[in-house]
Write a protein that binds this ligand. Structure first.
Ligand code: NAP
Length: 251
């Protein structure tokens, strides 16, 4: 193990877009902490795949919406790798299709807890480790937002869209707050990407149904999102902070 290799934590890294980010980051030389909430087998399989390809990775369990889990997750990374250089706030959920006048408080609280409070808690822990004001060597955070923050997702999940709107604003504010402390903070707004998230919201056919309405007449891939994230994490983006990059095929 090389102690000089940069360390990246990806929340929700076991599947979908997060897994593509982990794979590409490991290939780029990061040691990768792969967070998962429940699907341990997906995270373990990804860690094994990265190791087989010569990379270093670690699966870390934790619900980003639970403060004690977040703290424990960052401590596990401290113990394993002894440093943290980058965070991707990728974990996120949708819910079943509903109008606002049908939404329960339980639904709204789950959505905001996982999609908004979770990334904020993770960013808090990352800043404590990376900011020069805390003795850190600097670093980068990328928040995964959604094109939904600009469209609002009416009749589908306005709560989800609003949670991503909060992420956009959080990105702008945190970027400026830590701009002189060696930490860059950016967001990526994916459009419709072919992952299991659509089935988890009760719409397994969502990509197929919507693809002809998209400017490129196709959904994006997790790899296409991952490349944008890796750029924003890299030193090539050294003057880029507070940016919100649409990776949405023109949507
Ligand atoms: P996905 O395939 O459904 O995967 C979701 C990931 O998030 C899984 O790894 C899951 O962990 C993890 N997760 C869920 N709740 C969690 C929690 N409370 N704590 C920790 N991890 C949790 O989703 P995806 O499509 O890759 O989406 C990734 C991100 O991109 C999300 O923020 C989503 O909003 C955003 N996004 C997706 C699309 C799209 O079309 N796919 C478009 C725009 C934005 P387990 O494996 O343990 O379940």
């Amino acid at each position: 193990m090389s102690a000089t290799k940069k360390v990246l934590l990806v929340t929700g890294g076991g599947r979908g877009i997060g897994a593509a980010i982990c794979r590409l980051a490991a290939k780029a030389g990061y040691r990768v902490a792969v967070n998962y909430a429940t699907n341990q087998s997906a995270a373990d399989a990804l860690v094994a795949e990265i190791a087989a390809a010569g990379g270093e990775a670690l699966a870390v369990k934790g619900d980003v919406g639970v403060e004690a889990d977040v703290v424990a997750m960052f401590e596990a990374v401290d113990r394993a790798y002894g440093r943290l250089d980058a965070l991707v706030n990728n974990a996120g959920v949708v819910d079943v299709k509903a109008r606002v006048d049908e939404m329960s408080v339980a639904r709204l609280e789950r959505m905001m807890r996982i999609n908004v409070i979770g990334p904020m808690l993770c960013a808090r822990e990352a800043v404590k480790r990376m900011s020069s004001s805390h003795g850190g060597r600097g670093g980068a955070i990328v928040n995964i937002s959604s094109a939904a923050s600009a469209h609002g997702s009416p009749g589908e999940y306005v709560d989800y869209a609003a949670s991503k709107g909060a992420i956009d604003t959080f990105t702008l504010g945190l970027a400026r707050e830590v701009a002189t402390e060696g930490v860059r903070v950016n967001a990526v707004r994916p459009g419709i990407i072919g992952t299991e998230i659509h089935a988890s919201g009760g719409q397994p056919d969502r990509v197929e149904r919507m693809k002809d309405m998209l400017p490129m007449k196709r959904a994006g891939t997790s790899d296409e999102v991952a490349h944008a994230v890796l750029y924003l994490l890299s030193d090539d983006a050294s003057y880029t902070t507070g940016a919100i990059l649409n990776v949405s095929g023109g949507r």
